[in-house]
Design a protein around this ligand. Structure first.
Ligand code: NAD
Ligand code: UD1
Length: 338
């Protein structure tokens, strides 16, 4: 298949490009490089031993996007392009709605005009808001607590409206839980701008000596050790989930929604200890108060994706930490020093 990957230079996109190329697909990446580096793509080519096409295009720029569709005839689109910093979305909601929501409208309009009606969309477990219980199945009630999450929810609803009006569209919505880790080569990984917001990259930067200590956000949650519990999933497992979605033949059009997680929760202390083992060094920490907007526990019910796509996560927490550590220690400044 010839696949357009929007946001393909980013963290999850780059790992997915490796899997797509390795499976023999032709890959065209469009990315504005708003939160990524083209170096990631040269490393993707090195790992896969194959080339891809890259066009630096913002999906909000319709003429530029159309020119990519003029150049290549696509079978499918995997749509990763979007901004993802929760705090920034609270500060700059219009920027997030324009980039994430309007950008997706633009992309869908261009796809429709070129009769490309197959999409895999990156959603997030954030659309479950404060879930009533865990593990969380796909049919749980949805809500958003910030503009980033609302942009994902709005896009999901728009995609539902689209397939109701145009039943020949074929869309898979993948709700990621907490993607972590890196490719085992140590060549590609997560490269957050500034101080990381998320747990695993923060711990990795403590381990490599860029940050002094981990701040543990609350030890008074209703969880076994009092710290927040999440469903961490290796980014390579996640990447393979996209391939499964793409390659699973759909008899009819429509919209399908799948959780991508392991189905198992890990606490902040469990992640910290697994990372200490992987990096063979202590991770100093201090317990602070709860972070606003956090929930006690969030982990996936993965029975639907296992049943319908035959996909199952394979890497455990130790492997996630080992691969995150290899990437961080080999590339302490991410792609910026290349
Ligand atoms: P990332 O920031 O590393 O990758 C996103 C890519 O999209 C970047 O390369 C960025 O430059 C590009 N981009 C942003 N706006 C664009 C635009 N208007 N036009 C073209 N390119 C644009 O993030 P990621 O972690 O790889 O996330 C990929 C997708 O998965 C995002 O949609 C994100 O919201 C979603 N997601 C991520 C997580 C996570 O924890 N990483 C969790 C759930 C969902
Ligand atoms: C965050 C985002 C969510 C997004 C998800 C995956 C917020 C409020 N939510 O969720 O929208 O979908 O990432 O990208 O930002 N923790 C610490 N110290 C830290 C960082 C985190 O103790 O320095 C704790 C948190 O309190 C939480 C756990 O670690 O219990 C995981 O946090 P994080 O990696 O930020 O992911 P989420 O909270 O799931």
């Amino acid at each position: 298949m010839r696949i357009l990957v929007t946001g393909g230079a980013g963290y999850i996109g780059s790992h997915t490009c490796v899997e797509l190329l390795s499976a023999g697909h032709e890959v065209v990446v469009v990315d504005s490089l708003a939160n990524s580096s083209a170096v990631a793509l040269t490393r993707v080519e090195k790992i896969a031993g194959r080339s891809l096409f890259f066009r630096q295009v913002d999906i909000n720029e319709k003429a530029a996007l159309k020119s990519v569709f003029d150049e290549f005839a696509f079978d499918s689109v995997i749509h990763f392009a979007g901004l993802k910093a929760v705090g920034e979305s609270v500060e700059q909601p219009l920027y997030y709605y324009r980039n994430n929501f309007c950008g997706t409208v633009n992309l869908l309009e261009v796809m429709e005009s070129y009769a490309v009606r197959r999409m895999v969309f990156s959603s997030s477990a954030t659309v479950y808001g404060e879930a009533d219980s865990v593990p969380i199945p796909e049919q749980s009630s949805l809500s958003a607590t910030n503009p980033y999450g609302r942009s994902k929810l709005m896009i999901e609803e728009m995609l539902g409206d689209l397939v109701r009006a145009r039943p020949n569209w074929n869309i898979d919505v993948l709700r990621y839980f907490n993607p972590v880790g890196a490719h085992e080569s140590g060549l590609i990984g997560e490269d957050p701008a500034g101080i990381p917001n998320n747990l695993m990259p923060f711990i990795a930067q403590v381990a490599v000596g860029k940050l002094d200590r981990l701040n543990v956000f609350g030890e008074d949650w209703e969880t076994p050790d009092g710290t927040g519990v999440r469903d961490y999933i290796h980014v390579v497992d996640l990447a393979k989930g996209h391939l499964c979605a793409l390659e699973t033949v759909k008899e009819t059009g429509g919209l399908r929604v799948y959780n991508l997680g392991t189905g198992t929760g890990s606490s902040v202390h469990e992640v910290r200890k697994a990372f200490e083992k992987a990096a063979a060094r202590a991770i100093p920490f201090e317990v602070l108060g709860r972070r606003p907007g956090d929930v006690a526990q969030c982990f996936a019910d993965v029975s639907k994706v296992e049943r319908e796509l035959g996909w199952k996560a394979t890497y455990d927490l130790d492997a996630m930490c080992q691969d995150a550590w290899r990437w961080q220690s080999l590339n302490p400044d991410g792609y910026s020093k290349v």
